[in-house]
Design a protein around this ligand. Structure first.
Ligand SMILES: *Cc1c(COP(=O)(O)O)cnc(C)c1O
Length: 431
């Protein structure tokens, strides 16, 4: 396989872009080599600038749940383009998408659209503080909630991949109200509750994707809902990754809880920049213009992005691929475990709906500490072998692989072969 054009663009890109990428997760820091430059994509496949074609399990880190260039979405976007790009005034499309989203989440009466998951979270945290008149936020190590200052501690995959403990440039004051707890460890939350009486909210990924896929135990998540209620602390579910991905709606319903505030992003924009936060009326009424919590956006509710979101969610509801996702993920898990066993490679596979994650460790992965026992050099070898075998994966041990509804039996056969060949290579390489 040749990557000459990607290599050239990488060199050229480094001149005026930082590391030739606009998000560090796209850099190949932990797997070595240069990042691939993409030319185009269609359905389940993505093509790089050297003409190499891959089954795409990155899917723009989640948004492209229908696969690339879905016909319905493309039509809706083209139609919207012809009416104008941005108005700085309300449109009917915002009302339509708001209804689809609120109908899908039982705890959501109103929603505010923003432009990214980061914006959704930073607004949700401001809202929690406005509603409770308290300042402290409990977050879990390994959970990622976007790149706002207060959330850039123990923040999962992007930082872990680059071996960064946190971010430079974040003032100590910006994180002094952030309390860190351990995922799946209710006692670690209770300890904060006993010590502090000024906690506004607990935020978590209800199923994580940013330390790899980790599900909450029933005891942890139900207990968390119970103690937050008892203490008058809001529960913020960051469903930027899980929203509409493993069920129409969020992970909340599958795991049996209801958040006070829900953050969304990724899938709801169908590949365009959309984020959202929503809650019950009494909470959302704090937001300007109804209340005193200010949050604004020039391009928020952009008509093209709304058209992409409406058509993506409408098509998703119609296709209802969620059972299929479970079947496909189970098969991929089967391929991974079979090959790992055959070649004697230590492997733990976690999955949730259309998110799947092989960790190169024998340890069961229930939190970030467990995830970090993974052999990332083995992952790097596996990653490049998968590329050579025509499968594009996120270049990090701690990122989930994403499934799209475009995958067919043909891709499953290719995946089985690629996984087997890649696992063999991992087993055979010394160190
Ligand atoms: C991706 C992600 C974010 C950040 O969203 P951006 O659109 O990248 O700003 C926040 N929270 C979670 C859980 C995410 O997966």
């Amino acid at each position: 396989m040749n990557f000459n054009n990607s290599e050239q663009l990488y060199k050229k890109g480094c001149e005026h872009l930082v590391g030739a990428v606009n998000s560090p997760v796209r850099a190949f820091a932990s797997v070595g080599g240069n990042p691939l430059f993409i030319d185009k994509a269609k359905g389940a496949y993505i093509k790089d600038v050297d003409g190499n074609k891959y089954i795409d399990l990155v899917l723009s880190y989640g948004p492209m749940i229908l696969g690339h260039r879905n016909k319905k979405v493309e039509k809706a976007v083209s139609r919207a383009l012809k009416k104008g790009y941005s108005f700085g005034a309300s449109t009917n499309a915002e009302i339509t998408l708001a209804k689809i989203v609120c109908d899908a989440f039982p705890g959501m009466d109103k929603v505010r659209f923003v432009n990214s998951g980061t914006e959704a979270v930073l607004s949700a945290i401001r809202l929690a503080r406005a509603h409770t008149n308290k300042d402290k936020i409990v977050k879990f190590s390994g959970c990622y909630h976007g790149h706002m200052d207060a959330m850039l501690v123990a923040a999962g995959s992007g930082l872990a991949t680059l071996s960064l403990p946190g971010s430079k440039g974040v003032p100590a004051q910006a994180v002094e109200n952030t309390l860190i707890a351990e995922y799946n460890n209710l006692e670690s939350v209770k300890a904060h509750f006993e010590k502090h009486n000024d906690i506004a909210a607990v935020i978590l990924e209800p199923v994580t994707g940013n330390m790899g896929v980790v599900q909450p135990t029933d005891e942890f998540i139900k207990g968390l809902r119970k103690i937050t209620k008892e203490h008058g602390v809001l529960l913020i579910c960051d469903e930027v990754m899980t929203g509409f991905r493993s069920k129409f709606g969020g992970a909340q319903e599958i795991i049996g809880i209801e958040a006070d505030i829900t953050c969304l992003g990724k899938v709801i924009g169908g590949g365009f920049p959309v984020g959202a936060y929503g809650a019950r009326n009494e909470i959302m009424e704090n937001v300007a213009p109804l209340g005193g919590m200010y949050q604004a956006g020039t391009l928020s509710g952009n008509p093209i992005a709304m058209a992409a979101g409406i058509s993506t969610l409408t098509e998703l509801k119609k296709q209802n691929p969620y059972n299929k996702f479970n079947v496909v993920a189970e098969r991929i898990e089967g391929f991974l475990l079979k090959s790992a066993k055959k070649y004697g490679v230590a492997l733990t596979v976690n999955r949730f709906g259309s998110m799947i994650n092989p960790f190169f460790t024998a340890t069961e992965v229930k939190n970030f500490t467990d995830a970090q026992t993974s052999d990332t050099s083995k992952f790097a070898k596996f990653f490049w072998a998968m590329i050579e075998n025509g499968v594009f994966l996120p270049p990090s041990q701690f990122e989930a692989w994403f499934l799209s509804s475009s995958l067919t039996i043909r891709e499953m056969k290719k995946l089985e072969i690629a996984i087997d060949a890649s696992m063999k290579l991992v087993a055979n390489s010394v160190n």
